[in-house]
Write a protein that binds this ligand. Structure first.
Ligand code: NDP
Length: 315
């Protein structure tokens, strides 16, 4: 059996075209949605992420504002930056790129965000609303996984879902979103006993542990849908040869670049699963798409527009 590939890039493009139409409708109603990104310090990976988010805003017609405080900024000064963004009417969404400089209290900063502008969905008010099943701004990566499942017509209601990982940004919100979609959800973590057996019972497996290629074919019930959230860089030749023994094109990438990306799911799972998301090109593209979607949703909720709602913007 060879699994159906769930193409995240195609789903992202579909969401973008819906969002572009919705943004045009908002603009016609006199509303220009805007996203503010706070990038403190010089972390190269953070710069790359923020630049991709700003580029997506430009592509879709969202206003974007980049705020770049120095790495030496104090918690109080960053709180003042957040306070100003909370008050600005042209800012609908605020994202504070993590990690923050070590002297800054990330918790204080995230808690200070106006929940109505918290497009990453990390504020306790939004987490609480997610738990209660109320409309909210939900975390982007799990929301993206739901879009992949729904738009690929994977049955969720009544299915057994195993979420591997229980972080605040992926595992927990993922489990809640699946639960609200009427899946029977098991949350697995590093202390789970008989992990392989637990996961093997699942119709839908979401792997988000940050453990390269850990989910081997023995974990997967034949025909199950496997969603791979993990993003791990393999820079060791022996590891690359072991993981990608059956994937010469990946080994070629490794030879050319000196590294290759792998998810938390072993590539051989393609022979057992019914459907799966590749890495790269699966879940990854959806994270920024859902940030854009949350920004439009925040604009609509905060400014009370009755403009039509795109599918990606529904809670
Ligand atoms: P965290 O490190 O915060 O959480 C990892 C979770 O996995 C923990 O709950 C941990 O359990 C669990 N875990 C670790 N090892 C095992 C194991 N051997 N067996 C079972 N469970 C285990 O990671 P994140 O949630 O932030 O990220 C997970 C992965 O997703 C990473 O690869 C990250 O790069 C990727 N990611 C991808 C995104 C995308 O856009 N595609 C966005 C965000 C993350 P415990 O709680 O017991 O320690």
């Amino acid at each position: 059996m060879t699994a159906r590939i769930l193409n995240g890039n195609a789903i992202r493009d579909q969401i973008y075209s819906e969002l572009a139409a919705e943004i045009s409708a908002l603009k016609a109603a006199g509303i220009q949605p805007g996203l503010a990104a706070v990038l403190a310090g010089e972390n190269p990976a953070s710069k790359l992420y923020v630049n991709s988010k700003i580029a997506a805003c430009g592509k879709l017609g969202l206003a974007s504002f980049l705020i770049t405080p120095p790495a030496s900024i104090s918690t109080d000064d960053l709180l003042a930056v957040v306070d100003e963004l909370n008050r600005r009417d042209d800012v609908d969404g605020i994202l504070v790129q993590m990690p923050l400089p070590h002297q800054v209290s990330s918790k204080k900063i995230l808690d200070a965000l106006d929940p109505a502008k918290d497009v990453d969905g990390f504020h306790p008010i939004n987490v609480g609303k997610l738990v209660a099943g109320q409309p909210s701004l939900a975390a982007c990566t799990p929301s993206g996984v739901m879009e992949i499942l729904r738009r690929s017509n994977i049955p969720i209601e009544g299915s057994n879902a195993a979420v591997m990982g229980r972080s605040d940004i992926v595992g927990k919100p993922m489990a809640l979103l699946l639960l609200h979609a009427n899946a029977t959800v098991t949350i697995c973590h590093s202390k789970t006993h008989e992990l392989k057996d637990v996961v093997h019972r699942a119709d839908i497996v979401v792997a988000a542990m940050g453990r390269a290629a850990m989910v081997t074919p023995e974990f997967i019930r034949p025909g199950a849908t496997v969603i791979d959230v993990g993003q791990n860089v393999i820079a060791d030749r022996a590891d690359a040869l072991r993981i990608f023994a059956n994937f010469p094109e990946k080994l070629e990438t490794f030879r050319a670049k000196g590294s290759v990306l792998v998810g938390d799911v072993h590539p051989d799972v393609v022979n057992v699963a019914g459907a799966f998301t590749p890495v790269p090109g699966g879940v990854g593209p959806l994270t920024i798409a859902m940030l854009m979607s949350n920004t439009v949703k925040a604009a609509r909720m905060r400014r009370g527009s009755s403009a039509p709602v795109a599918a990606a913007g529904k809670s």
